[in-house]
Design a binder for this molecule. Structure first.
Ligand SMILES: *Cc1c(COP(=O)(O)O)cnc(C)c1O
Length: 438
């Protein structure tokens, strides 16, 4: 009797593709992904790594586990609220839901009552103006950098942007404000020194060639000691005819008592700024965006500039901004204002279950906001070796590694994820304890 080559028992591609589960998977992830998975699994069986009757269940398992994006959700246990490497602000439930509603065809630029074209993103603009009534108008672009480029291009290309030497900052990952402004064709007119700039420095510099005055919030560092700067209010009282643009960076719309030194749009406009620039995904707590708020003649000039089209936001961003403003508290706001006692009792519960010690741990605003402002809280201290299995586990957890230990700070983790976090920490600790203690 001749022996059947087991490889001949491997199910054929067309057989596997005909299964109801694979047909459904084709709808979900596309035929290419499904074919690739089938071929890889058949190859494993041909190499003898898999029994032929295992091919079908393995293919189905893998299709089940397949996700449409390779981006992995991460539990942020660093205590850093705006973590640029983790995508800055997490969206609120309302904003997340808005993304789904806006995913298909939507009336982003259409008046359904008349059937004619409407102004793009009216609702998001209106929501911003309601949240910041001192602004006469608002314009939303792709990010803070794009907002600055648009403002300096429209107001000062071929002319001068007057700025204090104390505000020529680098924000991180290749964002150098002077280079960005120079790229727009505007000339930088630097005034003052690194630590001190006076009103007369500005007055000496402005003239017929001045396109705008730019005030930048040096968000990620602080100069202390013998320093002085000129406030928006002082500039406004002395200089009335030149546009005064304030780059606030983080994007609070109104003052937050928890962050007393953080500038906000309402105050900056009240003090006399004509236009403020802020990021959407820092303290505002929304999607990546650049928010421009202020005088309608200036937003009008900006929106008519050809560059405005190149930095235009999509419907998803507009939907998420509107929902960030109209929904409940954002995750960023919750994390910033987390009650330290509550953080301590959550940390104690975690430590009681998995081990580790509860230690005081200050969170940070991050993302270049409020440098040096500690957010008092607590963390569970684990051996440093736990960090790697935490990062690579499911769910992925990013702890803070500092001073030879691994710190798990619950500030930026929603309470509803505490059980998932507990399981992840248990797995990570089991992985480093080794087989003899398991
Ligand atoms: C973050 C920041 C920017 C850049 O904003 P993006 O939204 O990251 O492009 C510009 N200016 C200041 C002061 C900032 O803090």
């Amino acid at each position: 009797m001749s022996q059947v080559d087991p490889r001949r028992l491997i199910p054929r591609t067309d057989e596997l593709l005909a299964l109801p589960a694979t047909r459904a998977a084709v709808e979900r992830v596309g035929v290419r992904v499904v074919r690739d998975l089938i071929r890889q699994t058949q190859d494993r069986a041909r190499r003898g790594e898999l029994a032929p009757d295992q091919v079908e269940p393995v293919v189905l398992d893998q299709l089940n586990a397949h996700r449409p994006t390779t981006l992995r959700p991460v539990l942020n246990a660093t205590g850093v609220v705006i973590h640029t490497n983790l995508g800055r602000a997490p969206l609120s439930p309302a904003a997340t839901e808005a993304l789904l509603s806006a995913a298909g065809y939507v009336d982003v630029e259409l008046d359904l009552a008349t059937g004619s074209r409407s102004r793009r993103g009216v609702a998001a603009r209106q929501a911003l103006l309601s949240a910041c009534p001192t602004a006469a108008d608002a314009l939303i672009v792709n990010n803070g950098a794009a907002a600055l480029v648009l403002a300096t291009t429209a107001l000062a290309a071929g002319r001068e942007v007057v700025i204090s030497r104390g505000e020529l900052i680098e924000i991180g990952a290749g964002f150098r404000l002077p280079d960005l402004i120079a790229s727009t064709g505007a000339r930088l007119r630097e005034v003052g020194t690194t630590n001190r700039t006076h009103l007369r420095d500005y007055l000496d510099a402005i003239g017929p060639d001045t396109g705008c005055i730019l005030k930048v919030h040096p968000s990620n560092f602080r100069v202390t000691g013998f320093t002085s700067g000129v406030s928006i209010g002082e500039l406004r009282s002395a200089i009335s005819e030149i546009p005064l643009v304030a780059d606030l960076g983080s994007g609070l719309l109104t003052p937050d008592p928890a962050l007393p030194d953080e500038p906000d749009a309402t105050t900056a406009l009240t003090e006399g700024a004509d236009l403020v620039v802020a990021s959407g995904d820092k303290l505002f707590g929304g999607p990546q965006a650049g928010l421009l708020l202020g005088a309608a003649d200036l937003t009008g000039r900006l929106s008519k500039h050809p560059l405005a089209r190149a930095v235009r936001v999509d419907k998803l961003t507009l939907a998420a901004i509107e929902a960030t403003l109209s929904g409940g508290p954002t995750p960023v706001s919750r994390a910033l204002h987390a009650d330290p006692d509550r953080l301590q009792s959550r940390a104690e519960r975690l430590a009681a279950t998995v081990g580790g010690t509860v230690v005081p741990h200050d969170g940070r605003v991050g993302g270049g906001g409020a440098p040096g402002v500690p957010l008092p809280g607590w963390a569970v201290q684990l051996p440093e070796a736990a960090a790697e299995p935490l990062r690579t586990g499911e769910p992925a957890v990013l702890p803070r590694v500092h001073g030879g230990v691994c710190l798990v700070d619950l500030r930026c983790i929603p309470e509803s994820d505490d059980v998932r976090l507990m399981v992840a920490v248990e797995h990570a600790l089991a992985a480093i304890e080794g087989p003899e203690s398991g």
